[in-house]
Write a protein that binds this ligand. Structure first.
Ligand SMILES: [Zn+2]
Length: 275
């Protein structure tokens, strides 16, 4: 698909997502910018990571490149090095902490004009820590995806030479970023997941700081792609300090990074304050 088409699809999707957050015009503009910046920095890093991995794979001898164990070792070397760990942590922190703060501040002030937003709050510190923990999980998903593709290539090749060619092709294809774990689609998934988490996490802290919100209600995104667990959670109302129970997991808010990927990836749900 052409780059322009992909871009248009991603934009329509982003608009739909941002609409669901229920923001005023200025917040929306700022959030859109933060969201875009986050998406771009993650896309850049994924691209770098894909290229670094491909370089290491292409350097392997034909003998080594057809062994899954050897490929796994290379993936781990590239991914778990300090470089990508730190860069991703930095990108995620810079893009999504301001979003957390913005959502919190606007909720607190919107509910209670006397409320003063405390930027240095425990919830923000906790959220920052959880964001960091998501980086290895994100890298883990990439590693699993790559090793599965490599194994398929090894199974498909009829001769050792053919297997080596196929594995190297898979690697080159992934590094091109057209599809797979280093693609723009992946960057969008990651940043959407993180923005849902940041927006809802900040919102919850804003409600607490307003001093006026007693309970919170889960509102699932109303569309066909909403997962069953989240549709079922729609309307669930709990004390502000208690977690929601969603698909057997405890989530303080939609997108809570404490939850498993199954419950948070690409979640578009939101919350309502109950006074
Ligand atoms: Zn959801």
């Amino acid at each position: 698909m052409c780059d322009q088409c992909l871009h248009l699809i991603a934009k329509a999707d982003n608009d739909e997502f941002l609409d669901s957050l229920d923001l005023n015009h200025a917040e929306r503009a700022l959030l859109e910018k933060l969201y875009k910046d986050g998406e771009e920095s993650i896309a850049d890093l994924l691209e770098l990571q894909g290229k670094a991995l491909d370089e290491s794979i292409q350097e392997l001898s034909d003998e080594l490149v057809v062994h899954a164990d050897e490929l796994w070792k290379v993936i781990m070397q590239v991914q778990s090095g300090d470089f990508f760990q730190e860069k991703f942590e930095e990108a995620v922190y810079n893009a999504f902490m301001p979003l957390f703060q913005l959502a919190g501040e606007s909720e607190a002030a919107g509910i209670n004009t006397d409320a003063k937003w405390e930027q240095e709050n425990k919830a923000a510190a906790k959220f920052a820590k959880r964001l960091k923990k998501l980086v290895p999980a994100m890298n883990g998903t990439t590693a699993d995806h790559m090793i599965r593709s490599f194994k398929r290539a090894i199974e498909t090749g009829k001769t050792p030479a053919e297997r080596a060619v196929l594995v190297k092709e898979v690697s080159k294809q992934a590094a091109s970023g057209e599809e797979g774990p280093f693609s723009m689609t992946r960057a969008v998934t990651v940043s959407r997941t993180l923005s849902t988490a940041a927006a809802n996490g900040g919102k919850l802290e804003g409600w607490k700081q307003s001093g006026l919100v007693k309970k919170k209600r889960w509102r699932s995104a109303n569309n066909k792609r909403t997962r069953k667990d989240h549709r079922e959670a729609n309307g669930q109302t709990v004390d502000i300090d208690k977690p929601f129970k969603v698909g057997g997991e405890k989530l303080m808010y939609p997108g809570d990074p404490a939850g498993s990927a199954k419950q948070i990836v690409k979640c578009r749900c939101t919350m309502q304050a109950v006074f």
